[in-house]
Design a protein around this ligand. Structure first.
Ligand SMILES: Cc1ncc(C[n+]2csc(CCOP(=O)(O)OP(=O)(O)O)c2C)c(N)n1
Length: 628
């Protein structure tokens, strides 16, 4: 087999030693390697394929890591990882001890800013550019952001600020493929996609060219300038120019020669103090791998697949996913109540709301990667008497915290928050763990917060939340349910009522959400040893079923709480606060995720390490009861 150019690239310095006409081959080899590696371990595919030329050309042109490259989200970063010394680590991407799926500051000196959530790159790069300037340096910062990422409000805030600062050493590269995970949404997206391609614009350009060629030499210079202005006027550049950016583009984002020329120009402009610059590159998501290019949505994040056919390896059929039970239930509810609408922030597929959209296209809203706006938009709908259900992953709802507080809870508006991926998320790692929502929501006024023990209870909780006339939140985990039968009839649960699953006089486990099953297993195990452990399915953290919890605490004197959430401020804290307020002092153990960053890796293994699985609960009970 012939030696690859990639074999000689241990860092971007090696890349920069190549001739410009070798760079396209590097991009091609990166693409082949990404397809090959991802087919074996799974990961983000289409976004990385679409960014091979851009990332290679940036590393080739700029002096990384002295020039800072900041990737938005980081899901398109595989070419970056391969070029920056992590080629040998791909086999274990997203696995415990392996490299992460996104960028991380502790993984490489080339990862200047960690990410996972969208829309942060321009702000971070601006901060870096400013700091470099303040320290007297002459390097620049480059943010690479997708058109999906650009729908995040923060990206606009950053552009606005950068333009105001006139930050001369900042470059924003807009990777425009008209896709978020699904096709991108929004007026901005439509504006960008005009890209000088409309017939009128083409005609205008033709006239301008004819006119120019008819001019005498000295007028040509001015006319060319006029053509530049015309180009800007008829291109998406107008918006960015208005924000005080120099606009370069649109450029073909897979033609390395064009990219090298454009980036070289940009670098020169930065040297002349002419930034900030926005480079608008047009790319195709999934480029260079036919199945992914044809259907970039399906190949955004993939499991293992066959490279030749593009077919995904089938996973074993199992219980329905929580997200699908959620969506199907919402459809059922919406059929009965026309006030119900569904909202997603660019995650129609991940939340299951694409199913809802198919049934109720006019009652479905994809707001883009704009969780903040999504929540206040929901509040507005609720203020007019509708019943919005915003399905947002626990980790992404963090973005909209003030909107949940100020716009929903303080005004006591009837918004339901459906928080998918609550708890441990596995391969996506630290930035995506849904382990803070109990703490950040249960402190708020008016809201009720609940978590189902299984997918059947999720149905009833959704009915409860929608029926409730005020803010309501439900957290439920990633992936498949337990495989329990699904009731046909939806039965709202009395707000604040826990469920006694098992009686017992020696101790009580008060479990929240997806830890209930493990609590039952632990109680069963102790039962066989003659120890009678009661199990409560708390169902609500707010309002807590104080009466039941206190009754069992008094009766047994020994309480174990368990939740898949950070221990500080979580469910166990709520139970202990209640004991304090009630003047009770049973012996208590709080089982939860300790105060630490939880990296990527198998969720099951983490549960065991944190003692929130059945073995951990059993052990805690034995400790509490002083059993050997
Ligand atoms: C705040 C936030 N919300 C949602 C997501 C989920 N998400 C990951 S990538 C992505 C789409 C990004 O689209 P774009 O920036 O255009 O990049 P592309 O994949 O098209 O290259 C979304 C919605 C996220 N990472 N962060």
């Amino acid at each position: 087999m012939s030696k690859k150019l990639l074999d000689g690239i241990k860092s971007p310095t090696d890349l920069r030693a190549l001739a410009p006409d070798q760079v396209p081959q590097v991009a091609r080899e990166l693409r082949e390697e990404i397809i090959e590696q991802v087919s074996r371990v799974g990961g983000h595919l289409a976004s990385s394929l679409g960014a091979c030329e851009l990332i290679t050309a940036i590393h080739y042109t700029f002096e990384t890591p002295q020039d800072r490259l900041v990737l938005d989200v980081g899901h398109q970063g595989y070419p970056h990882k391969l070029l920056t010394g992590r080629r040998g680590n791909f086999e274990h991407i997203g696995q415990r001890g392996g490299i992460g799926k996104f960028l991380r500051r502790d993984e490489s000196v080339y990862d200047h800013f960690g990410a996972g959530h969208a829309g942060t790159s321009i702000s971070a790069a601006l901060g870096m550019a400013r700091a470099i300037e303040a320290k007297g340096g002459d390097n620049c910062a480059i943010a690479l952001i997708g058109d999906g990422g650009m729908t995040a409000g923060m990206a606009f805030e950053a552009l606005n600020h950068a333009g105001d600062l006139g930050q001369s050493n900042l470059i924003v590269v807009l990777n425009d493929n008209e896709m978020s995970i699904s096709p991108n949404v929004g007026a901005m997206s439509s504006y960008l996609s005009r890209k000088l391609s409309g017939p009128m614009v083409r005609r205008m350009k033709g006239w301008a060219r004819d006119f120019l060629s008819s001019l005498p030499g000295d007028m040509l210079h001015w006319a060319q300038k006029a053509e530049e202005s015309l180009k800007v006027f008829f291109s998406p550049g107008l918006l960015f120019e208005a924000l005080n950016f120099k606009y370069l583009g649109p450029v073909q984002g897979h033609r390395v020669s064009v990219l090298l020329e454009t980036f070289n120009n940009a670098r020169e402009m930065i040297r002349q103090g002419e930034g900030p610059i926005l480079i608008h590159a047009i790319t195709a998501k999934g480029f260079g791998y036919e199945p992914a290019q044809r259907d970039p949505f399906r190949y955004h994040g993939v499991g293992t697949f066959d490279v030749a056919s593009g077919e995904f390896h089938k996973s074993k059929p199992g219980p329905p996913k929580y997200q699908n039970v959620f969506a199907d239930t919402l459809i059922k509810i919406a059929k009965e109540d026309e006030r119900v609408v569904g909202i997603t922030a660019a995650m129609a597929d991940g939340t299951g709301l694409d199913r809802f959209k198919r049934v109720f296209p006019n009652r479905f809203y994809d707001v883009g990667i704009a969780e903040q706006h999504g929540i206040t938009f929901a509040a507005g709908l609720a203020a007019e008497g509708l019943k919005p259900v915003a399905a947002i992953y626990s980790t992404f709802l963090q973005r909209a915290y003030d909107q949940v507080v100020h716009d929903v809870c303080v005004q006591d508006l009837d918004v339901t928050l459906a928080m998918d991926r609550a708890g441990l998320v596995g391969a996506d790692g630290a930035t995506h763990q849904g382990m803070y929502d109990i703490s950040y929501l249960r402190t708020l006024p008016n809201i009720i917060c609940m978590a189902p023990k299984d997918e059947n209870e999720l149905q009833h909780m959704l009915a409860t939340a929608v029926l409730y006339n005020g803010p309501a939140a439900i957290r439920y985990p990633r992936g498949a349910g337990l495989g329990v039968p699904l009731d046909q009839e939806l039965k709202p649960i009395p707000v604040g009522e826990a469920e006694v699953l098992r009686d017992g006089g020696d101790a009580v486990i008060v479990a929240y959400g997806n830890t209930v099953q493990a609590a039952q297993t632990a109680a069963d195990a102790l039962g066989t040893k003659g120890i009678a452990v009661a199990v409560l399915n708390a169902r609500f953290v707010k309002p807590l079923d104080v009466a039941k919890i206190n009754r069992f605490a008094e009766k047994t004197g020994h309480v174990v709480t368990v939740e898949e959430h950070a221990s500080f401020g979580g469910f166990g804290s709520a139970v202990v606060e209640n004991f304090s307020a009630s003047g009770l002092s049973p012996r208590v153990r709080i089982l939860a995720i300790p105060d630490q960053i939880v990296e990527h890796g198998d969720a099951k293994r983490f549960r065991s390490e944190f003692g929130i699985d059945s073995g951990g609960i059993e052990k805690a009970l034995k400790d509490l009861l002083n059993l050997a």
